[in-house]
Design a protein. Structure first.
Length: 274
C-alpha cells in the first residue's frame, strides 16, 4: 500500500512544524468526545516499556479516547536523526516486540520481557489504560496480505492505517487479506477491523483531475461533489475511517478547518445515506 513513496522526506526539513506525540495530551485537555492519537507512532524511536506507560497515562487524560497507531517507519534518514540507524534493518521486529510489551504491561500488574529491543525483569509500570482490556491498536504498512493477516490475528489487532489508498487498491487488498485469514484458519475478517487511510484532502471550487497517479493522486482533492462521490466509493470498498490529511502544500489552517466542517456537515450525511 506504500508503493511510490519518495526516497526522502516529502516536505521541507525546516520550518515550524510540531511533533505529534506531545500534542496528544494537549488535545485530550481541549476536547471531550473526539478520539485522539497519532496516526502512526514509529516504534523504533521509542523504548517499548516507556511507551506503554506513557500511552496508559494519556488514555486516562483523554477519558478513555486514545487510539494507538503503530508502524515500523520507512525512511533511513529519520532513523539516523533519531540515533536509531542500527534498528532500521530490524524495524519490523521492533514493532512486534513493542506490541507484545504494550499488551503485557497493560494486561498485568507486573510483567517481564526478554527480547532484543526490550529486556527487563518483572516489574510494574504504573496505571493501566482506562480502556479495558486496552486501547485499540492500529497497524500500518502491512502491504503483504499474508503477513498482515498473521500479525492481526496473532495480536488481535483492531485496525489498519494506510496512506493515499485508492478505493480500487483498498478493495483488492481487503479481498486478499480475507482470503489469507481463511487460509490460516483465523476467525478474523476485514469487516471486523477499522480500516483507515490518510488521504490528502482539499475542497476546491473547480473540478480537479483525479486520475490514478499512485500516492500522488488527488484522491480527495476536488469539489464538494467529487469528494462526496469519492467517499461513497471508499465506503463501498470497505474504508470505515478516512483520515483527513492536509496536503504538503501551502494550504492555510483556516481553510483546512473550514473543509473539515463542510465534510462533516454537508458531505458525510450524503455518504452515510448512500
Amino acid at each position: 500500500m506504500m508503493d511510490g513513496l519518495p526516497n526522502a522526506l516529502p516536505v521541507a526539513s525546516t520550518g515550524g512544524f510540531f511533533q505529534g506525540f506531545p500534542l496528544i495530551p494537549w488535545l485530550a485537555a481541549k476536547t471531550s468526545t473526539v478520539r485522539i492519537g497519532m496516526s502512526i507512532i514509529d516504534t523504533p524511536f521509542r523504548a517499548p516499556g516507556v511507551l506503554a506507560a506513557e500511552l496508559a497515562t494519556i488514555d486516562h487524560l483523554a477519558g478513555g479516547r486514545l487510539n494507538v497507531g503503530l508502524g515500523a517507519g520507512w525512511m533511513p534518514e529519520e532513523f539516523a536523526a533519531a540515533s536509531a540507524a542500527h534498528i532500521f534493518p530490524k524495524r519490523h521486529k521492533h514493532v512486534r516486540e513493542t506490541i507484545e510489551v504494550l499488551q503485557g504491561v497493560w494486561g498485568n500488574e507486573h510483567f517481564e520481557y526478554h527480547g532484543e529491543f526490550a529486556d527487563f525483569d518483572r516489574c510494574g509500570f504504573g496505571a493501566k489504560p482506562l480502556q479495558q482490556p486496552r486501547p485499540p491498536i492500529f497497524m500500518s504498512g502491512l502491504k503483504d496480505p499474508l503477513r498482515a493477516a498473521k500479525r492481526i490475528s496473532k495480536y488481535d489487532l483492531d485496525g489498519f492505517i494506510g496512506i493515499q489508498d485508492s478505493p480500487d487498491s483498498l478493495g483488492k487488498w481487503l479481498t486478499a487479506i480475507d482470503q489469507q485469514f481463511e487460509e490460516i484458519g483465523s476467525p478474523k475478517r476485514s469487516k471486523d477491523l477499522e480500516i483507515c487511510s490518510m488521504i490528502w484532502t482539499v475542497i476546491t471550487d473547480e473540478e480537479t483531475d483525479q486520475t490514478d497517479n499512485g500516492v500522488a493522486s488527488n484522491l480527495l482533492v476536488g469539489t464538494e461533489k467529487q469528494l462526496t462521490d469519492r467517499l461513497k466509493a471508499y465506503k463501498e470498498a470497505g474504508l470505515t475511517m478516512p483520515l483527513i490529511w492536509p496536503p504538503f502544500t501551502d494550504v492555510p489552517v483556516a481553510k483546512t478547518l473550514d473543509d473539515l466542517k463542510r465534510i462533516k456537515n454537508d458531505i458525510m450525511p450524503k455518504v452515510e445515506a448512500a
